[in-house]
Design a protein. Structure first.
Length: 301
């Protein structure tokens, strides 16, 4: 077994007609995995056709410099399944399609009853995700809820309840299925002033997928204006440019025995954007590989 096969480093790619071509151009840059995102809705997109095209391209693609075969790590759709029958249908479609992409992780939001405190969504969450969990179990897939608060709080919000440990514990109890887990990233923890590493140690066994996104907290702004003073107090950053020590994060994952992919979630960084988007993502890729231990060298001892 290849030593770096336990934690692969990749990136997110939007689902569209050019997705196979985009992935083909990213592979020579060193990306090892690809999460394919359908955004808020699958719509009339030809999911099966995309899966076939991506599979054919990956079969013909060369291995990375570390000897890893590139692959799809996860597919996702990010609507609100607690209010939208269309989003429930989208979840059904992507769960069914996961094996066609050669992956076993489907990600998205847990949803939310809009404008109500988080606990008032638990019942509806169970109604929606108990059958979806059974569907995933039948197809050998796992469900990963992103931990993004989507500008919501505990008291009110529009999109997602799975953004705090108390809610995670509640939804795991509401839908008692081994396929229910998290799509975690440190960015959303830092925005909430949470230390990511103790949380990671506690929940690593329920984290199926990790987004490579970081944050920089502007403590001078926080000390002067607080977080409700109308002045931006945080920047979402590409890994390597934010506050997280990813060497510690990846070491923590390995000490927990975690296996999976860290896929860079781009298009958020205030500096590495537009013409610098790919530059920033490649810098993040190289940084995360260094945090992972650098180039794999077979043990001589």
């Amino acid at each position: 077994m290849h030593a770096h096969d336990d934690i692969r480093i990749g990136t997110l790619v939007a689902a569209h007609e050019r997705t196979p071509d985009v992935i083909a151009q990213l592979i020579p840059l060193g990306f090892e995995t690809f999460q394919i995102s359908f955004g808020r809705s699958v719509g009339n997109f030809d999911v099966e056709g995309l899966a076939a095209a991506v599979a054919a391209m990956l079969t013909a693609a060369p291995a990375t410099e570390d000897g890893l075969r590139p692959r799809v790590s996860a597919i996702g759709v990010y609507g609100n399944p607690l209010t939208s029958p269309e989003t429930i249908a989208d979840w059904e479609r992507v769960i069914d399609a996961a094996p066609l992409f050669g992956c076993d992780i489907v990600s998205g939001f847990a949803g939310r009853v809009p404008g109500r405190p988080v606990p008032e969504s638990y019942g509806r969450f169970g109604e929606v995700f108990r059958p979806l969990a059974r569907r995933a179990e039948d197809r050998g897939a796992r469900i990963a809820f992103e931990n993004c608060e989507k500008r919501g709080t505990w008291e009110s919000g529009d999109w997602n309840i799975a953004h705090a440990p108390q809610a995670w514990d509640a939804i795991f109890a509401e839908v008692e299925s081994p396929v229910i887990g998290l799509e975690w990233e440190p960015c959303h923890q830092l925005v909430s002033f949470v230390d990511p590493l103790p949380q990671l140690r506690r929940y690593a066994h329920r984290i199926w997928h990790i987004h490579g996104k970081d944050a920089t907290l502007l403590w001078d702004v926080i000390r002067t204006h607080g977080i409700r003073g109308g002045v931006p107090y945080v920047h979402h950053r590409t890994p390597g440019f934010g506050d997280t020590n990813w060497t510690d994060l990846i070491s923590t994952l390995r000490m927990c025995g975690w296996r999976g992919s860290i896929d860079i979630e781009g298009f958020h960084d205030p500096v590495f954007r537009d013409a610098l988007e790919t530059t920033g993502q490649v810098a993040a890729l190289e940084y995360l590989k260094r945090c992972r231990g650098g180039r794999f060298v077979a043990n001589v001892f």
